[in-house]
Ligand binder design. Structure first.
Ligand code: GDP
Length: 367
């Protein structure tokens, strides 16, 4: 029996079985003298950050350490999945440290979306979740949009203090950090890992000046993110990669839309109305009658109604319905992790189905 080997970079216990978890190193790395995990290896040799997910409890404990420091918190969320990617309880965890909220992946928003409205909605949603934020920014980490403006704002808000970047997995945190590094790099070897007492996994430490740093923290796994219930292949398909092109359906009462077999929208009552779907352009939308919807699903999920593929089906919880009364005009029914459907005229009742555990919500339309 081997004793636990720790990574020389971050202190995580080395394991060779799960590349998605902390401390992963390929078996060949065990033959070296100073063993480091793959994450630290990439950081050391390529100055490239990889996200490592943490289970909820460890993550909360880790975040709690930030409350004992004096710094600026940058919370990154995915604007296509606010509910799935917002860390509630951040206020309680990080104490009195100011928070700047950053909505990533703005490049996939349709051009018709008003950025001011998105920011306003992000700020309000954070507030509804108990978090007053200093400011809100929209960026595309991948397309390097809005990063310069954000960097300047970070410098203003931090007032010489450290900066902590937090986010759930999949919001684009490593892409963001890597974009920041490549925008500002000069001093290459300056990036290291450092860790807080009581946490095994290091924070990536990017020096901002002589006295302060920007820290990248591990990503938290949120159970209600759709991402955890689908295969990698399906995740690629349901995640918008390009500007989303809305698809419009005119529906009568009693009709149903299936989004693959991952979600379903029943138009239970109301006048004939249009439903404007903002989902990944690759998402398969299927229209049917409510009375036939159940049978169609039972017979064709995974085929006509896909995604889910076979691998996702094996882990997908059953669809659960949420009845929503849409009273006002211009409301969005948000399917966490998939996108949303705008109902231009109110006074309709719908039932939105998603895999149990995934969230559905109503909001004022972003358009
Ligand atoms: P992390 O788990 O938070 O570190 O997330 P990653 O940086 O690995 O990104 C998760 C996924 O989101 C990847 O497929 C990225 O390509 C994608 N992504 C990250 N930033 C953006 C962005 O600004 N726009 C778009 N469209 N996709 C992004």
């Amino acid at each position: 029996i081997m004793a636990d080997i720790q990574c020389q970079g971050c202190g995580a216990v080395i394991q060779t079985t799960n590349p998605e978890k902390a401390g992963y190193a390929p078996a060949s790395a065990l033959e070296r003298e100073d063993i480091i995990c793959k994450r630290c290896f990439r950081l050391k040799h390529y100055n490239e950050v990889q996200d490592v997910p943490y289970q909820d409890d460890d993550f909360l404990e880790m975040l709690n350490q930030i409350s004992e420091t004096d710094g600026l918190i940058i919370q990154l969320v995915d604007i296509f999945d606010f509910n799935g990617s917002f860390i509630s309880g951040l206020k309680r965890l990080t104490g009195n440290n100011p928070v700047v909220l950053v909505g990533n992946k703005m490049d996939v928003l349709p051009k018709s979306v008003n950025p001011g409205k998105v920011k306003h909605w992000l700020r309000r949603s954070a507030k509804e979740n108990g978090l007053d934020v200093e400011d809100v920014f929209l960026i595309s980490a991948e397309k390097n949009q809005g990063i310069e403006e954000l960097s300047q704002a970070i410098d203003r808000y931090r007032k010489g203090r450290d900066v902590y970047v937090v986010g759930t997995t999949n919001v684009g945190k490593s892409t963001f950090i890597n974009t920041l590094i490549s925008n500002t790099s000069g001093e290459k070897d300056a990036i290291t890992t450092s860790y807080f007492p009581g946490t095994t996994l290091g924070f990536i430490d990017i020096p901002l000046d002589e006295k302060s740093s920007l820290f990248d923290t591990p990503g938290v796994i949120h159970r209600h993110q759709m991402a955890h219930y689908v295969s990698d292949k399906d995740l690629k398909l349901i995640t918008p990669r390009k500007e989303v092109k809305p698809k419009v359906y005119q529906l009568n009462e009693g009709q149903t839309l299936y989004f693959g077999g991952l979600a379903r929208l029943d138009f239970s009552s109301g006048e004939r109305s249009s439903f404007v779907c903002y989902l990944s352009n690759e998402m398969n939308i299927h229209r049917t009658k409510m009375e036939k919807a159940e049978e169609l699903y039972n017979n064709h999920v995974g085929e006509l109604l896909s995604p889910p593929d076979e691998e996702s089906l094996a882990k997908l919880p059953p669809l659960k319905g949420h009845t929503l009364k849409v009273r006002e005009d211009k409301m969005d029914i948000v399917f966490s992790g998939l996108g949303w459907v705008t109902v231009p005229e109110g006074d309709v009742t719908v039932t939105a189905y998603v895999p149990e555990g995934v969230k559905v919500s109503l909001r004022e339309s972003l358009i």
